[in-house]
Ligand binder design. Structure first.
Ligand code: ATP
Ligand code: MN
Length: 172
């Protein structure tokens, strides 16, 4: 029934809470798990300074330091440098997530992908392009504003997806 499961992740704690659920679902259905990170094209093209990314730890700082020379829209090389740093960071996220999915008794087949675009659209497009049967994602992500039932990416995917979407709360 669920041969291909899509697990979109922004690398946040909210998304990590999903790992155990994805692993068990994949084991139950002998499914392949696609781990997808979307680099938000808006953050990339705003040319957020390279200083926004750090080499150590999880990579992206919550807030860029003031006056660190964030580029403006259209500053070609800055935007391109930022985009490739964000893609590289995304690759680290999906690789680490795939590794933790395989790290257990039930070890599913994994595929990793990093796309650039608007997160919810890129998730939906990836799902149709790859014959995804089920999407499993966090109710919240990096921003994690708890007063909302769902984060905006989760909300749009739930509303627009052609396939079932399972959402998992971080403290579930
Ligand atoms: P908001 O982004 O609306 O301020 P939020 O960050 O708390 O709030 P969402 O972004 O909707 O909430 O995150 C919910 C889930 O959506 C995450 O746990 C993750 O599974 C998925 N998600 C969010 N952003 C991305 C992304 N850039 N790439 C892949 N998956 C994502
Ligand atoms: Mn978010």
């Amino acid at each position: 029934m669920y041969q291909t499961i899509l697990y979109p992740t922004d690398g946040s704690e909210g998304a990590e809470a999903v790992v155990d659920h994805v692993r068990e679902l994949a084991a139950a259905f002998d499914a392949t798990v696609h781990v997808l990170h979307v680099v938000d094209a808006r953050s990339a093209s705003y040319g957020l300074s390279g200083a926004f990314l750090t080499k150590e730890g999880s990579g992206v700082r919550a807030d860029p330091a003031p006056g660190d020379g964030s580029g403006m829209v259209g500053e070609g090389t800055d935007a391109e440098a930022t985009r490739s740093a964000l893609v590289e960071h995304g690759e680290e996220i999906v690789e680490a997530t795939a590794a933790s999915l395989r790290d257990g008794e039930a070890s599913p087949e994994t595929v990793t992908a990093v796309e650039t675009g608007t997160p919810h659209s890129a998730i939906l497009e990836y799902a149709s392009a790859n014959d995804v049967d089920l999407v499993v994602m966090g109710t919240h992500g990096r921003t994690g504003v708890e007063r909302y039932l769902l984060g905006s990416v989760a909300e749009k995917v739930v509303r627009l997806s052609d396939v079932p979407v399972t959402t998992v709360r971080a403290d579930a």
